[in-house]
Design a protein around this ligand. Sequence first.
Ligand code: ASP
Length: 447
Amino acid sequence: MDGTEAAQIAAQGTAPDHGKLQWRILIGFVAGLIAGLLAYTFARDAAWVGQAITYVTNPIGQIFLRLLFMLVIPLLFSALVVGIAEMGEVRSLGRVGLKTLGYTVVVSSIAVAISLALVNLIRPGDGIDPAAAADLLAQGAEGASSIVAASAESDAGVNQVIAIVPSNIIAAMSANDILAVMFFALFFGIGLLMVQTRRTETLKDAIEGVFEVAMKLIGFVIRLAPIAIFCFMFNLTAQFGWDLLVKLAAFVAVVLLALGIQMFGVFPLILRFVARKSPVAFFRQTREASLMAFSTASSNATLPTALRVADTELRLPRRIARFVLTIGATANQNGTAMFEGVTVLFLAQFFGVGLSLMDQAFVMLICILAGIGTAGVPGGSLPVIALILVGVGVDPAGIGLILGVDRFLDMCRTTLNVVGDLVAAQTISTLSPELAEDDTGPLAAPA
Ligand code: ASP
């Protein structure tokens, strides 16, 4: 899939009514919040509130989550396989590929470590009445019981590491073992890269087809979000009341702080000391891509702009820019990795689920991989977060808590994703001077 195709697919995710959907989501959020607060204030112990939650709002929310779960395995698998197989189209850039991979792993690790440290330090989710949280947890666990049961017997210690390599991929998929599925997808992608025949080309096309269909279906499911969000917010505020708003504000603040440290602390250091480029000039030259990322909340939709900025403003070698930015739009998502880390730990704190150091290491590893596996579309993080929550034993219905503020945070994290890709392209260009001279390749996507 080249840049143009990626942009086309992304454009489907930002269709004209997408803006309207955002408003509907906001309305669902506010309406659910108000209805829940009214129920909390005036009818806290009324039987009808409990019934409404059990028979209406909870089931609707659960169905929404199950639809997301249903799509996550095909989406992750196809996105990862295609991401790796794409490297084969630019085999001449093999060393750049390795550098890009190394860069992505190191910088994503820094990003995730910052975000996990911040949530542990500030603990924005603490302080909710444990009895009420346990209540909510029990309710949600019922709905998602099959998924939760599947991940309940997770191993500890060295077995957890061994379990990353699945002995049976179908079993791993049916158990929603996301890390094992990702491992298989990476392995499969490398295999696909190494066998270049007519048949493997067809297979690659078919897997790209799966990716496109999954993206389209995610788009449909997201349309149900306003109703689901109303239900989630009602459930939560009817039980937690005003406390919830304070926690939510703290959550938003921690996400923004984490993203800010990466953007204005880590990136300038990389630019200055590794890429040897003035951070101020860099931020000025990449303004157009940042604005585009902020307003579309989609790395894929921003790809053509990012390619143009790399060419006309940063004046990077085209082959390197095309390679790093195309792969990076799906694979190098610092903002997404950070957001996923903060969200999972915040919800664990909120629901009083203690996470051991081992659990946190699991979250960190999976967030780094998730930065690679998350689709570069609006809300691409959501199914991945739902799955990680199950993996660490937190009620996935808790995701309803953050959906209402997700659009704004999505705009911010996508900006970091895209700027991060441009920082990567700049850095790898500096580290690959041999490729900079022989540079006549055309750009992937029309500007
Ligand atoms: N919207 C993000 C992107 O396109 C993905 C996500 O974190 O939801 O980069």
